[in-house]
Design a protein around this ligand. Structure first.
Ligand SMILES: COc1ccc([C@H]2[C@H](O)[C@H](O)[C@H](C)N2C)cc1
Length: 447
């Protein structure tokens, strides 16, 4: 292998309890909120193509004109307690919240910037009440932080000259100071979600990114940081020059889910997903396909069946309220999670062979296996191929606890009959399994 000083420092996944807790989340919420929510995808009354939180860049807005949005940021409907309750009712276990997106606007009172919530009419810390409200609901908080900062004059896309490097050295110091602020002001933060690290300047700063990660983890032992922060000294991201993951989990899954378990490569991972095709910040005009709760629940089960977490994004409006579609989605997902959460929470990949009707998950706590059924066959007969020396002791529909008929076909092939009827959401069947020898004991007639 290639000798690296700033590549992966660990072979395999983290084995500590903080990471085990992260693995068990199942369902998370992402929230993108900032100045971009004010224009909401429109500029001078015209819709702007691209993601709403990128409007400054995609519309090539004059920085002074864009930054002037700060004088309009007065979110009178911002209610972090209500936000946290909506997340709780959705069944959310962790939330990732934008502290600073690419535009450089800080939602916390940073001492190192003149472009923060304190210079807006709101004049109060947004992050602190958010963290308190979510933690009160038992939801862990992760902070999103964009390294790329369009507002900071020391930001560079690439380091061409000596003066570029001098400026970028100031920028790196600024970055480290802001991250220190965040971990100090919000000590219950469980992890940092980095973004804006694809440019040449950062890819040339592998050593710094490595030292920064080690510094942050020393400041907050147990902190969870994914693979979007680091570059190795050769400019590789996510995987180092030896193909090893740099970071605690794989963050490549942005609006995409691994097709096969092989693509997961055994790493911890999460998928982050938007409701419309590609809008993270509030956009007044959602065009293209908007996902239904059924589609989202299918993605959630898909991720958990492959050992990952699924994080759904919400983009509050400039005034701090949520749009109707997102409120409805949170409710519908929450209704399903209330009945079927045991198939998602502290669950992961099962050893059953994947079938067409949907996904298997396996609970790490109950040991039970779950069938999350999306595509009911016309026969209502669900194929189940039981792994070697295992037997199904019971098969019940979650929610109704109804025992379903099990028919042995041949060998390890069985059918479970799903009750007919039209369903809006996937059905979940709980399988209680026992090993063959256990079954023999059970079969021995009591003397
Ligand atoms: C260049 O393509 C990009 C760049 C950045 C993103 C940002 C989005 O603004 C959002 O913050 C997402 C999590 N992030 C990857 C998305 C696509």
């Amino acid at each position: 292998s290639i000798p690296l000083r700033h590549g992966a420092h660990r072979i395999g996944n983290r084995t500590d309890s903080d990471m085990a807790h992260w693995r068990d989340y199942g369902l998370g919420q992402f929230i993108h909120w900032g100045l971009y929510a004010i224009p909401g995808g429109f500029w001078h009354g015209q819709p702007v193509n691209g993601a709403a939180e990128w409007i400054r860049s995609s519309k090539k807005v004059d920085p002074k004109e864009y930054d002037a949005l700060i004088s309009q940021f007065n979110p009178v409907k911002y209610d972090p307690v209500a936000w946290a309750l909506m997340a709780k009712n959705m069944g959310t276990k962790y939330v990732t919240f934008t502290t600073k997106h690419h535009d450089g606007f800080c939602l916390w009172p940073s001492k190192y910037s003149d472009f923060t919530i304190m210079q807006s009419p709101w004049k109060k810390d947004i992050i602190k009440p958010f963290v308190e409200a979510y933690n009160k609901q038992g939801i862990d908080v992760y902070l999103y932080f964009s390294i790329m900062d369009w507002h900071n004059p020391d930001w560079r896309y690439e380091l061409k000259t000596k003066s570029d490097s001098v400026a970028f050295d100031r920028f790196k110091e600024f970055t480290k100071n802001q991250l220190t602020e965040l971990l100090t002001l919000y000590p219950t933060t469980k992890g940092l979600w980095f973004d804006g690290t694809w440019d040449k300047s950062w890819k040339a700063s592998g050593a710094f990114s490595d030292e920064l990660e080690q510094y942050l983890k020393k400041l907050r032992p147990g902190l969870v940081i994914g693979s979007r922060l680091r570059a190795d000294e050769k400019g590789n991201r996510h995987l180092d020059a030896n193909g090893r993951l740099m970071g605690d989990y794989h963050q490549v899954w942005e609006r995409k889910i691994p097709e096969t378990i092989a693509e997961v490569k055994g790493y911890d991972w999460e998928c982050v997903m938007t409701v419309p095709e590609n809008q993270w910040g509030y956009n007044a005009r959602w065009s293209g396909h908007v996902k239904s709760s059924s589609e989202i629940i299918e993605m959630l089960a898909n991720c958990v069946s492959k050992g990952g977490n699924f994080v759904l994004n919400f983009g509050p409006k400039g005034d701090g309220s949520f749009r109707e579609e997102e409120i409805r989605l949170a409710k519908e997902i929450g209704n399903w999670m209330a009945v079927n959460g045991e198939a998602i929470y502290a669950a992961g990949q099962s050893d059953f062979r994947k079938e067409d009707w949907g996904y298997y998950t396996k609970s790490k706590t109950s040991g039970k296996t779950y069938m999350v059924v999306f595509n009911t066959p016309v026969t209502n007969m669900l194929k189940v191929n039981i792994p070697k020396n295992q037997k199904i002791a019971s098969q019940k529909l979650l929610g109704s606890k109804q025992v379903l008929p099990l028919e042995h076909i041949e060998g390890r092939m069985h059918y479970i009959r799903l009750p007919g009827g039209v369903r809006q959401q996937p059905a979940v069947i709980e399988l209680q399994l026992i090993s063959d020898d256990q079954k023999k004991e059970l079969d021995v007639p009591k003397t």
